[in-house]
Design a protein around this ligand. Structure first.
Ligand SMILES: [Zn+2]
Length: 314
């Protein structure tokens, strides 16, 4: 008996899909200047594989969920009214309310400060952990559907659009993307940069929803089809539907993915510069401690257990 599951129709539990997040972190390493490249190259595997840890933590750590999104449409004039400073934002909206609508911009900033501190301490484990984490959150901030309450089209009869945009299209077309994003550059105002990214994501939402609705209404071809994944049959957005959506978006997904790569490299570089440009050659050829590896294995184990409980598609 074959099991039918659905790819590209799930909610926002797999932002960028695991593939997209890993691609962002991996490619970012190759945009680094010589002062950082050897260190990151040494930990390329860790930084790539652990790009998805923040999503794994969502099932285990109750405070993790809000770190991945911000429902900007829950605010009036969000770009004028929301303070960039966490303390000012709390004073204006209360922490509960901020967390309810998502805190990705402040969490990216906090992770940057943590990464900077790790560089100051030359703490290998923290550097690679926060580097992997921040690439994930930057990737999330680039996804238009991470900036709306209607993140999966659930209020507009477009349920599944989240996976269509960030998983199905990436699955079908990411091999054709141009990953040459240039070198990392110093970001002089980190908070402004984060909010600039969120604004770009948010203004793109209109097209994200509109094109899906137009293609659905046209009804030229079946919206869904079934494909084999090993022994499993999965329901997916059909290739014709996906191609039409891809065409109308006119490289939007590629632009957001490659912008994530560029910004991730630039944030790593900026954290290192702000830490006083420590010489990383002194911490080359060191393996992470046994405790650190154990901690990572424990996360993996808990995540696997959770998947086996079948809660990945809730
Ligand atoms: Zn995420």
């Amino acid at each position: 008996m074959s099991i039918v599951t659905t790819i590209g129709l799930m909610s926002n539990i797999l932002p960028w899909g695991f593939y997209g997040h890993k691609k962002i972190n991996r490619q970012a390493v190759f945009s680094l200047p010589p002062s950082l490249f050897p260190f990151y190259k040494e930990h390329l595997n860790y930084i790539t594989e652990h790009a998805v840890d923040p999503d794994k933590r969502r099932y285990i750590v109750s405070t993790e969920g809000p770190c991945h999104f911000i429902d900007l449409d829950q605010y009036e004039n969000p770009f004028d009214s929301i303070p960039h400073s966490w303390n000012k934002a709390i004073a204006k909206f209360t922490e509960d309310s901020l967390r309810k609508h998502g805190i990705v911009p402040w969490h990216i900033y906090l992770t940057k400060l943590n990464l900077q501190k790790a560089f100051e301490e030359k703490n290998i484990e923290k550097i690679i952990k926060y580097s992997a984490d921040i690439g994930h959150y930057i990737g999330d901030a680039h996804v238009p559907l991470h900036t709306t309450h209607n993140y999966n089209g659930q209020f507009t009869n477009q349920k599944g659009i989240h996976g269509l945009w960030e998983s199905r299209l990436v699955e079908l077309y990411s091999e054709d993307y141009n990953y040459f994003v240039g070198k990392a550059s110093y970001i002089s105002n980190m908070q402004n940069e984060i909010w600039k990214v969120l604004k770009e994501s948010h203004v793109a939402l209109d097209s994200v929803f509109k094109f899906e609705a137009q293609i659905t209404a046209k009804n030229e071809f079946p919206k869904y089809s079934f494909e084999q994944r090993g022994a499993t049959t999965v329901r997916v957005y059909s290739r014709e539907f996906s191609l039409e959506y891809h065409r109308r978006l006119n490289k939007m997904v590629e632009r957001r993915l490659t912008s994530s790569i560029r910004m991730t490299a630039s944030v790593w570089f900026t954290a290192w510069v702000d830490a006083g440009q420590p010489d990383l050659s002194a911490i080359l050829n060191h393996k992470p401690s046994k405790d650190f590896i154990k901690e990572m294995e424990a996360l993996e184990k808990k995540h696997t257990q959770h998947q086996h409980m079948g809660r990945d598609c809730d």
